[in-house]
Design a binder for this molecule. Structure first.
Ligand code: ZN
Length: 103
């Protein structure tokens, strides 16, 4: 699906993270009880420079339809930053969907 870009007031766009240091985006699935950390620049490649809060609706748990995810920006500090695993974007796969029509 091509990205649908809804123009809306950007309260806290992804590009603003990291301007005051290293800010990451934490995404938590309440169903799986799993948390992943992302670099804002990786998320911008997928979703565009969208509002951080809007990622709650845009991102989906990869394990299934687990509803809205908890999304928050944070600066890793102190013991939290030690051993922090961060997900990096490896590739974006484009799905080819055939569209048919009788002629
Ligand atoms: Zn989940």
């Amino acid at each position: 699906m091509p990205e649908t870009y809804r123009p809306k007031a950007k309260d806290y766009p992804l590009s603003r993270l990291g301007q005051g240091g290293i800010e990451l985006v934490r995404v938590h699935c309440r169903y799986c009880k799993r948390t992943h950390n992302y670099y804002p620049e990786d998320l911008i490649q997928i979703f565009g420079d969208v509002d951080v809060d809007s990622l709650m609706e845009r991102m989906k748990c990869e394990n299934g339809n687990h509803g809205m995810l908890d999304v928050s920006a944070f600066v890793p500090t102190g013991p939290q930053a030690v051993g922090l695993r961060i997900r990096r974007l490896v590739a974006i796969k484009v799905q080819r969907i055939p569209v048919w029509r009788e002629v």
